[in-house]
Design a protein. Structure first.
Length: 207
């Protein structure tokens, strides 16, 4: 299991491979020739040191998916995808929180290749629980005020249980019950620490 580190590339490491003087590194989404393939494998090795939760195979699949959404022949490192584009990918299309996931992991409403790698790294089975909990908290924090309040919980419940036919009264009651159980300081808000405590002690909490 990899060491739990930040999901994103360090700035200096990102600049190092983007500014490489090796012509083979100036690749487009379409790889041709052994020199380009060798350069791509070198890039994978660099990324793997930072994105410890992704295998080379996973990175290559993400690369293919990202490039399939880029204009043909464009350098994938210079391209950005919209939230709308990424939300239509099969891996996210069926997720009830796809809009929130994309909002949290994108940069100013757009995805670079590194943003997509960061998102995939957090959702990897090898990512440590603390990292997953941190990002789950951010995804569930709909109003992005740094806390999960009662309305945030109602939104989570609506999305998780939308097929169960719960009435609004039942949703409100369930949100209140969750707050009573997890809100340790009785301020009607869940901090990251309280959310982490609830998730750690009750693995099925909000799952």
């Amino acid at each position: 299991m990899g060491q739990c580190i930040s999901h994103s590339l360090k700035k200096e490491e990102l600049e190092e491979y983007q500014a490489s003087e090796d012509p083979a590194m100036q690749t487009t989404c379409h790889l041709h020739g052994n020199s380009t393939i060798d350069a791509w494998l070198t890039l994978l090795d660099t990324l793997k040191k930072v994105l410890t939760f992704l295998t080379k195979g996973e990175i290559m699949r993400i690369h293919d998916t990202f490039c399939s959404s880029c204009p043909q022949g464009k350098d994938y490192r210079q391209e950005k995808l919209t939230i709308e584009q990424v939300c239509t990918w099969p891996q996210l299309k069926v997720n009830p929180f796809r809009d929130r996931i994309c909002k949290v992991f994108s940069t100013d409403g757009y995805f670079t290749f590194e943003d997509v790698l960061g998102m995939a790294s957090v959702f990897s089975d090898l990512a440590c629980p603390d990292l997953k909990i941190e990002y789950a908290f951010r995804i569930y924090d709909f109003n992005e005020d740094g806390f999960i309040d009662e309305e945030d919980l109602r939104n989570v419940i609506r999305r998780l249980l939308h097929r169960n036919g719960l009435t609004e009264e039942e949703i409100v009651s369930l949100a209140n019950n969750i707050l009573e159980e997890a809100d340790l300081d009785n301020d009607r808000l869940l901090s990251l620490a309280e959310f982490e405590h609830a998730m750690t002690n009750s693995p099925d909490f909000l799952q």
